[in-house]
Design a protein around this ligand. Structure first.
Ligand SMILES: [Fe+2]
Ligand SMILES: [Fe+2]
Length: 203
């Protein structure tokens, strides 16, 4: 018997690629919270931004971002674990499911970010939360004029948005070998592209 050692693609494992509208329908099926939906749109936009920068598949990276916290509203105690179950039920690709699981590395899963896409997701997830909190503090609620130094200052103020895990962000920066200020800049740029959806275009 000849055993093929070639790495199997998602489709060969029985999975399939998801369309954006399908991913969005799944997101809204499991999530109603406006802040969680906006978080999903933020992470999606930043993933697309990094994919574009690296000439990767924007739609695929975007869907990973869009669905990364799929189970959080309904199953906070089973975060990442329940998402696997849901996505398996949707016949999603194994690498897609794995990528989502890996954002909870060391917190709710033991799945270590390995691919560049997984490392980017791990790095920017918490950061989008810090940027959101920073914009919400501004009277104009406008992300278009947000400067890197303002976010950096908030990053260094541990009491500000204390729930944002700075350690994860710093670990992520090391993983992707990028300075924190550059990661912040790209994360702001990604979120700027969807400022209307986030309500961050200024009033
Ligand atoms: Fe999460
Ligand atoms: Fe998240």
């Amino acid at each position: 018997m000849i055993i093929s050692l070639r790495h199997k693609t998602g489709n060969e494992q029985g999975g399939r690629k998801m369309e954006r509208k399908e991913a969005l329908a799944l997101l809204t099926k499991y999530n109603e919270s406006e802040s969680l939906l906006k978080h999903a749109y933020s992470v999606e936009a930043v993933m697309r931004h990094f994919a574009k920068m690296n000439e990767e598949d924007e739609a695929y990276w975007g869907n990973v971002g869009l669905l990364h916290d799929l189970d959080y509203e309904k199953y906070p105690e089973m975060h990442c674990v329940k998402t696997r179950e849901i996505l398996e039920g949707e016949q999603a690709e194994e690498p897609f499911i794995r990528a989502i699981e890996s954002h909870g590395y060391g917190i709710c899963t033991e799945v270590k970010p390995e691919s560049y896409m997984e490392k980017v997701l791990y790095t920017i997830d918490e950061l989008t939360g810090l940027i959101t909190a920073t914009v919400l503090m501004r009277p104009d609620k406008n992300i278009q004029n947000l400067e890197v130094k303002s976010v950096l200052k908030k990053f260094k103020t541990a009491k500000f948005a204390a729930g944002v895990n700075r350690e994860v962000v710093l670990k992520g920066c090391e993983m992707i070998d990028m300075d924190l200020s550059d990661v912040i800049r790209h994360t702001i740029e990604g979120m700027q592209a969807v400022s209307d959806d986030l309500g961050f275009s200024g009033q």
